[in-house]
Ligand binder design. Structure first.
Ligand SMILES: CC(=O)SCCNC(=O)CCNC(=O)[C@H](O)C(C)(C)COP(=O)(O)OP(=O)(O)OC[C@H]1O[C@@H](n2cnc3c(N)ncnc32)[C@H](O)[C@@H]1OP(=O)(O)O
Ligand SMILES: O=CC(=O)O
Ligand SMILES: [Mg+2]
Length: 571
């Protein structure tokens, strides 16, 4: 029998003028997406969207010049900023003088946030970027987690394992990494347009947590941020504007907010002084985002057959261009009085069959130790860990070398300073050496497809073959395959030379998909999004024009607009 009883009104978010929320309603999310918080985000969006659009256009314009043969270089117009000795960044806040070991991980799941805070690391970088698949659920739960972490009330019960998670006595200090400037947030519309993802991430976190953070963890400073994937100092200038607006609206002192910029694009390495100069009142140093940096090297030189990379596994920090980048970053930071942070060794502890793998585990840890020793000797003040199990070994290396000092900013220490090396444009661009192989093409494909499948299912960082894989490492796999195919690279196939062609890739994809299916099992393969991932990855590797970002292209596939939410609804 038909009923004409009116359906109960669907609960919805209380939004300010011009803001619409298209994501699922949840009372927990509503406590984050308050009218005032959304008004704050909308204010940021309205003030800075023009500048962001312009910066993205300038990125495309620079790429057109690189495609035409120009090389990235130091900008002659900003030579006075680079050469002037008379400026420094604001003094380091005491709460973050010691950043010897920082753990990173996605802002969701909740359990992981608690584990990271309790890990023994000095800092936890909670990630909305490389390590997080930006589904609505992940983003909003991540915001809830961070609010509760700053309040000190975060807990979690793992019912299946009967385990309770709560904060320990000395939790790590929180840094938050919002998304890059290029990523939209399709569930939040401002004036009918998707909001800029990082302004949503920054704005909601800042709005809800700045007061508690400053009175707690930050000891009068903060909140603290990591800023990803910038290509030019004009992008840092936008962040400076965002910080100043936020400080003004919150009524806190200018320079309270501090941020570490990841130098993880090739164009940005020529802009480090300029970036620090823009952010000098808000700077917490620079970080070697080595994985995106490699990705960016390939992307920048997409049109250059003379710049083909060797197998991904061979492009490490020992390559001259990578070592030069780390040295210049250290010199730049120490000259301006801020931390020079190292990057991520991708090895993670081996899980299966502990006894059988003891030797492999020791080898893995040895690789991490070696990497960290190279960093601290070079002059880095701290570094990243991907997993709590690595922290004791990394601490031992860094703390052992620093001998009780919280950092080596003032020491003019390290290979970078000792050698007095003047890092040149040629050093930074020197093509890496090593073999290109069909096995490399296979590995890229096997890892790339599995990462995309995980990302589409909501996991932004995954363990694959005992390595941490996230959006940055997956990007290397994608663009390297694309580059080799585009330029018909000659690959070694066990002593025989073969050319990278779409036909070879098609065969490799088919065979590697079969291998993945055998490894994960038919049932998981069928239920997972592997087939879809295989199609996306193949398309991206063979596209006539290189897609700028894997995650941008695939974003539409994880956007779920809640039915009925598209018509603006107000309480
Ligand atoms: C290129 C870049 O941008 S690097 C920075 C971005 N990338 C990252 O942050 C990746 C961080 N690392 C990770 O996400 C994880 O370590 C992974 C996905 C690689 C592996 O995670 P898992 O498969 O859960 O590892 P494993 O099973 O060994 O974990 C054991 C325990 O450690 C915890 N753990 C593992 N890694 C982390 C981490 N980074 N932070 C907090 N806890 C962690 C797990 O939650 C688990 O806890 P439990 O015992 O309470 O259940
Ligand atoms: O974000 C870090 C990187 O290596 O990329
Ligand atoms: Mg990165």
């Amino acid at each position: 029998m038909a009923t004409n009883a009116a359906a109960p009104p669907c609960p919805c978010y209380d939004t300010p003028e011009g803001v619409d929320i298209l994501g699922r309603y949840d009372p927990e999310f509503a406590a984050i997406l308050t009218r005032d918080a959304l008004a704050f985000v909308a204010g940021l969006q309205r003030e800075f969207r023009g500048a962001v659009r312009y910066a993205m256009e300038r990125r495309r314009e620079a790429q057109r010049r690189y495609d035409a043969g120009e090389l990235p270089r130091f900008d002659p117009a900003t030579r006075p900023v680079r050469e002037a000795g008379g400026w420094a960044c604001a003094p380091v806040p005491p709460a973050i003088a010691d950043r010897t070991v920082e753990i990173t991980g996605p802002a969701e799941p909740r359990k992981m946030v608690i584990n990271a805070l309790n890990s023994g690391a000095k800092v936890f970088m909670a990630d909305f970027e490389d390590a997080l698949s930006p589904t609505w659920e992940n983003l909003m739960r991540g915001q809830v987690n961070l609010r509760d972490a700053v309040a000190g009330t975060i807990t979690y019960r793992d019912a299946a394992r009967g385990r309770e998670y709560r904060l320990g006595d000395r939790p790590a200090t929180l840094f938050v990494r919002p998304r890059g400037w290029h990523l939209p947030e399709a569930h939040v519309l401002v004036d009918g347009e998707p909001a800029i993802g990082c302004l949503v991430d920054f704005g909601l976190y800042f709005f809800h947590s700045h007061a508690a953070f400053r009175s707690g963890q930050g000891a009068g400073f903060g909140p603290f941020f990591y800023l990803p994937k910038m290509e030019h100092s004009r992008e840092a200038r936008i962040w400076k504007g965002v910080f100043e607006r936020a400080e003004k609206e919150a009524g806190i002192g200018r320079g309270s907010i501090r941020a570490t910029v990841l130098v993880e694009t090739l164009p940005a390495v020529f802009q480090m002084e300029e970036i620090l100069h823009e952010l000098r009142d808000h700077s917490a140093g620079l970080n070697c985002g080595r994985w995106d940096y490699i990705f960016s090297y390939v992307k920048t030189f997409r049109a250059r057959p003379d710049r083909l990379l060797p197998d991904r596994a061979l492009v490490g920090m020992a390559q001259h261009f990578m070592r030069s980048y780390s040295h210049l970053l250290i010199q730049t930071c120490h000259r301006r009085g801020v931390h020079a942070m190292g990057g991520m060794a991708a090895q993670i502890p081996i899980k299966d069959d502990a006894a059988a793998n003891e030797a492999a585990l020791e080898l893995d840890l040895e690789l991490v130790r070696k990497d960290k020793l190279r960093e601290v000797r070079a002059g880095h003040d701290g570094t990243w860990a991907a997993h709590p199990g690595l922290i004791p070994a990394i601490r031992e290396v860094f703390e052992g070398h620093l001998g009780g000092r919280p950092n080596q900013i003032d020491a003019a220490a390290g290979d970078a300073a000792r050698a007095g090396v003047a890092v040149t444009e040629e050093d930074l661009l020197q093509p890496p050496r090593g073999a290109r192989t069909v096995e490399g093409l296979r590995h890229n494909t096997r890892v790339g497809v599995q990462y995309v499948a995980a990302w589409l299912s909501g996991s932004g960082s995954v363990p694959l073959y005992n390595l941490m894989e996230d959006a940055a490492t997956a990007e290397i796999s994608r663009v390297q395959n694309w580059q080799w195919l585009r330029h018909g690279a000659v690959l070694d196939a066990g002593g025989v030379e073969v050319r990278a062609t779409p036909e070879l890739l098609a065969r490799v994809v088919e065979e590697e998909m079969a291998r993945v299916e055998a490894e994960v099992g038919a049932e998981r393969f069928r239920r997972g999004r592997y087939a879809e991932a295989g199609r996306i990855f193949s398309r991206q590797c063979t596209a006539p024009e290189l897609d700028d970002f894997l995650t941008l292209d695939a974003y539409n596939l994880i956007v779920v607009h809640h039915p009925g939410a598209s018509s603006p609804c107000k309480l």
